[in-house]
Design a protein around this ligand. Structure first.
Ligand code: GDP
Ligand code: MN
Length: 376
């Protein structure tokens, strides 16, 4: 679950990191009222993408009236395809130095990696690309946590300021504490700022929480509602489906992540463009199938649909029942091909006989057949 900056900062604050005392606003008047209390402010778009600054989503306002105008311009703005619904209003900083600090889960080394760079403020992906040696990376041994000597080694290698190294070191330790406490896959501060009067300030927060750990963070559930970037993502999560929009025109539904990924590969290899990834999960019942079809077909770009079911715990006849229910309930205007294999395969195929669904024997055949039917 990706967090908005203001949410990430709340978590950081809870472990004692030096976060500006900002407030969130959903309307220009609200932003003006906050600026009335805070004075000169920075107004920041709350969307799940980096580069908000470059896109015009981070602006300083000197007076409450200016805050109202700036917030009015940023709210509703489109940044990389996402609409801004909220802004964070914080006391503006007198920025002297901008560092980058991040900790990320690295699957390859099975470790968290501490990343530091004195080239903060700018897009860190750009730095990683053009100037990779400017980012220091040190693995963190989970058995010991983030030890002081690792922190100091990283800061020395990254060229962090000697005068502020105690405060900067404390921020890194706090960042790790937050990461572990909240089961983050990523916790990032860019920029980590030193101000003109020597304060160390966490000026930005990017946090991604492991969905599989959410069950033990009930306090984070209020963040869930704002974690969805579109209606489809929300629906999928609420209905227990795993849906990823891919943008092509061939809808793909299967049971099991591996099977669906394999189907996407076969479709792509045969020249097709998958519209989505949708895993109905193991043991799916008919109603689950209806929900899945409703979702995929609500994407108007979908010109055809592939069902790839490998019956194990999932019963092919149960899936077929769901497909028939779906055909009763909605007006399906696109061709649908179905591959059923495994548990209750014959019963499932029997149920679908004579229906609008086109049976196929393999994934390869499904990929070819659906393109043929779409082309008709
Ligand atoms: P991002 O572009 O989405 O990563 O958003 P940031 O929070 O990192 O803001 C972008 C840039 O705005 C920062 O790197 C700063 O250089 C700049 N900026 C200017 N004034 C301020 C300020 O008062 N506070 C903050 N947080 N950023 C400021
Ligand atoms: Mn940033």
């Amino acid at each position: 679950m990706k967090l908005h900056e203001y949410q990430g900062k709340e978590l950081f604050r809870s472990v004692g990191l030096p976060v500006p005392n900002g407030e969130v606003a959903g309307a220009p008047d609200q932003a003006a009222a906050i600026a009335e209390r805070l004075g000169r402010v920075v107004i920041k778009a709350q969307v799940h993408v980096g580069g908000r600054g470059k896109a015009g989503g981070v602006k300083v306002a000197a007076t409450p009236e200016e805050a109202r105008q700036v917030a009015g311009r940023i709210l509703g703005m489109d940044i990389k395809g996402l609409t801004v619904h909220k802004v964070l209003v914080e006391p503006a900083l007198d920025i002297q130095t901008e560092y980058y600090a991040g900790i990320v889960n690295d699957r390859a080394s099975k470790r968290f990696i501490l990343m530091l760079s004195s080239m903060g403020g700018v897009d860190i992906e750009d730095v990683a690309h053009s100037n990779p040696e400017a980012i220091i990376r040190l693995p963190i041994d989970p058995a010991y946590g983030l030890l002081d000597f690792v922190v100091y080694q990283a800061m020395r290698d990254a060229g962090f300021s000697g005068a502020k190294s105690r405060e900067l070191g404390r921020v890194l330790k706090g960042l790790y504490e937050a990461l572990v406490r909240y089961d983050c896959l990523l916790a990032e501060i860019n920029p980590l700022v030193i101000t003109g009067d020597g304060q160390v300030v966490v000026a930005d927060a990017k946090v991604d929480i492991d969905d599989n750990a959410l069950f033990r963070h009930r306090d984070l559930l209020p963040y869930r509602e704002e974690s969805f970037d579109n209606e489809m993502d929300r629906q999928a999560t609420e209905q227990g489906l795993t849906y990823v929009h891919l943008g092509g025109d061939i809808g793909v539904i299967g049971n099991g992540a591996g099977l669906v990924m394999n189907t996407l590969d076969v479709v792509t290899a045969s020249g097709g463009k998958p519209a989505n990834f949708l895993d109905i999960g193991g043991g799916a019942q008919a109603d689950q199938v209806v929900k899945a079809m409703t979702m995929v077909l609500s994407d108007s770009a979908v010109k055809g649909l592939i069902f790839n079911i490998f019956g194990g715990i999932t019963r092919c006849d149960e899936v077929a029942k769901g497909m028939l229910e779906a055909a009763d309930q909605m007006d399906i205007r696109v061709p649908v091909v179905v591959r059923l294999a495994g548990t209750q395969e014959e019963a499932g195929s029997e149920l679908l006989r004579g229906s609008r669904y086109v049976p196929v024997a393999s994934v390869q055949e499904a990929a070819g057949k659906i393109q043929e039917l779409i082309a008709r």
